[in-house]
Ligand binder design. Structure first.
Ligand SMILES: CC(=O)SCCNC(=O)CCNC(=O)[C@H](O)C(C)(C)COP(=O)(O)OP(=O)(O)OC[C@H]1O[C@@H](n2cnc3c(N)ncnc32)[C@H](O)[C@@H]1OP(=O)(O)O
Ligand SMILES: CC(=O)C(=O)O
Length: 548
């Protein structure tokens, strides 16, 4: 049961799209809206029709193409221009033409903005709000007023901001959203301002407001790093409508992350804010939205980040083995996330046992093996390996200790040559470097010698290895190296330093990471590549052919 009257209002498609570098097409918006609906938000703000052509088109297509179960669409725009009439203002008309049940108006509530940005009088500023709201209500719209710069304005001239809120409610607005447009508020300021405003206007706490009574909302930006705290403070103080964006997208440092807010309200404060069970799907939904925006998800994002429930320290693991709640603030499944154990030089036996369990090995009661693997991990990490970023290499190490690492092939030797081929010009920089590699190995009962060429020695080695193995293991044709990271570990040794290479490989369905360390990039990469192919074949269920 949703908590009576509480609104979750998503502005990913409007304020989120104001993020630097984000450019959502109409198709992107049409793909994101159903995900927001699945999350269970009450309102989806689709954009500013009449101002942004793509947004006009979005509302036109959304009316025909979207079937939303939980959410209603809101069209966003500004109040009428100074000196104009609401019904004559083309921007206001475009809001009506968008044919959404809800219209959200940005309204100036800081008198300095009225005088300096709108270049009009405070009275005209208030009339712009009242006229526009009344016109839209008359057109049958539910109206939300976003009181822009409300908090800064309140701290400068509280009487004007109060008058702006009264003008909106007086004309029939359902919600007035108090906006921290510049994102600079602190939670206790928000608490004080919302409390004072409610007192002055005799507004109920949202929780106690009768159905249909006007309610206050909160719209926070994260410039002071307090957007989530400010939103929670506003709810505590009586705001019963929260705005935000998935993944905290938005101008500058972003809007408040809506998933963090609703997870806190639902799981900590006991409010039911979303329709349906979308919270339990929020990790998948947040990542699916990130796929469409083409912005890599942030691993350390609260609740839905890949690292949100990843445990590295051995002491944590030993307590988690007894009860995961001892080191987790919630059960990760409540937001559709998973607990992960990370293996590193900070691991203890409990970490290895839990990681083993995650990988499908029951290592309980195998104290001697656990000690051996722990010691081997610590020793390898001291040399530069990093298993928390290379689960696949850890699994192979564990299998080695269990005597279960399959021998798909046996390497006899490999070598690479890099040479320059002179170009046509007299310029010595015109020479092109090309690489060639030879790999000799035994697989499928045969000795295979294969060569490969590439734009660098690692690429050439990878090609040669593929050529050598593909006949016996054609599955390798489906593996693709999708990432390659090189780190020089003790850079003060200059060209003599140790090198770590992390490789990520995909089979089109999933990906896995492997690590290699060596005195040079080629040896480190070779080790990482071998693990990548062995792990890929193993997990593809391929039977090892006699190495010979
Ligand atoms: C706080 C927020 O993030 S609100 C959302 C902001 N989003 C956007 O601005 C994205 C879409 N914006 C646009 O496409 C354009 O800015 C438009 C179409 C809205 C306006 O474009 P233009 O007519 O070229 O005007 P311009 O952008 O230079 O200035 C904005 C005008 O709106 C007026 N204005 C600003 N806020 C308001 C408001 N709340 N109510 C009424 N008018 C407003 C300004 O006074 C200015 O008027 P002027 O042209 O008479 O000086
Ligand atoms: C309305 C809005 O986006 C803001 O004030 O930040």
């Amino acid at each position: 049961m949703a908590t009576a009257g509480f609104h979750v209002y998503d502005t990913t498609l409007r304020d989120g799209a104001q993020q630097e570098g984000m450019n959502l097409s109409v198709a992107d918006k049409l793909a994101i809206a159903p995900l927001l609906d699945e999350l269970g938000v009450g309102f989806i703000e689709g954009g500013w029709p009449g101002a942004v052509p793509k947004d006009t088109e979005f509302f036109r297509r959304a009316a025909k193409e979207l079937e939303l179960k939980h959410s209603v669409l809101a069209a966003f725009g500004a109040t009428r221009r100074a000196g104009a009439r609401a019904w004559d203002d083309p921007q206001v008309r475009a809001l009506v033409d968008a044919e959404t049940p809800v219209v959200t108006l940005v309204a100036k509530s800081d008198v300095r903005h009225v005088e300096r940005a709108l270049r009009t009088t405070p009275d005209e500023g208030l009339a712009m709000i009242a006229d526009t709201v009344a016109f839209l209500v008359g057109e049958g719209r539910r109206v939300v007023v976003d009181a822009e710069h409300f908090f800064d304005g309140y701290r400068y001239d509280a009487a004007f901001t109060r008058a702006a809120v009264e003008a909106a409610f007086g004309a029939g607005a359902e919600v007035v959203t108090l906006c921290d447009t510049n994102g600079g508020m602190l939670p206790h300021w928000v608490t004080d301002v919302v409390g004072e405003l409610r007192g002055a206007l005799a507004l109920e706490h949202g929780r106690d407001a009768p159905a249909g009574a006007p309610i206050l909302g909160m719209h926070a930006h994260n410039d002071s790093g307090c957007a989530v705290a400010n939103t929670l403070a506003a709810v505590e103080a009586g705001c019963w409508h929260v705005q935000g964006t998935v993944n905290g997208y938005g101008e500058r440092t972003g809007n408040v992350d809506l998933v963090t807010v609703v997870a806190n309200l639902e799981l900590k404060d006991g409010l039911r804010t979303l329709a349906g069970d979308g919270l339990a799907e929020s990790t998948r939904i947040a990542h699916a939205v990130a796929e469409i925006t083409n912005i890599s998800p942030y691993g350390r994002q609260p609740y839905v980040g890949a690292s949100a429930f990843a445990h590295k320290a051995g002491l944590h693991a030993s307590a988690i083995k007894v009860d995961p709640d001892l080191y987790q603030h919630i059960d990760p499944t409540a937001v559709g996330n998973d607990m992960r154990m990370l293996v590193s030089d900070m691991a203890g036996r409990a970490s290895i046992e839990l990681k083993g369990r995650e990988l499908g090995f029951d290592l309980s009661g195998q104290g001697e093996l656990l000690s051996r693997v722990t010691a081997r991990v610590k020793d390898a990490e001291a040399q530069g390996y990093t298993y928390d970023a290379a689960d696949a290499s850890f699994e192979l190490l564990l299998r080695e200790e269990l005597g279960e690492r399959p021998a798909f092939f046996r390497v006899e030797s490999w070598r690479t040559i890099v040479e320059t081929v002179a170009g046509g010009s007299a310029d010595r920089h015109d020479a092109e470097a090309v690489a060639e590699a030879t790999v000799k190995l035994h697989a499928g009962g045969e000795r295979v010698v294969a060569t490969g060429e590439g734009n660098g020695p690692v690429n050439a080695l990878d090609q040669a290895l593929r050529h050598a193995l593909t006949r016996v293991y054609p599955q390798i044709g489906g593996f693709e190296l999708i990432d390659f990271k090189v780190r020089i570990l003790d850079a003060q040794h200059g060209t003599d330093a140790t090198t770590r290479v992390l490789v990520e490989t995909s089979d089109g369905q999933g990906s896995w990471s492997t690590v290699g360390v060596g005195p040079n990039i080629i040896e480190a990469a070779w080790e990482s590549l071998i693990d990548a192919y062995v792990f890929g074949l193993l997990h593809a269920g391929v039977e090892p052919q006699t190495a010979g």
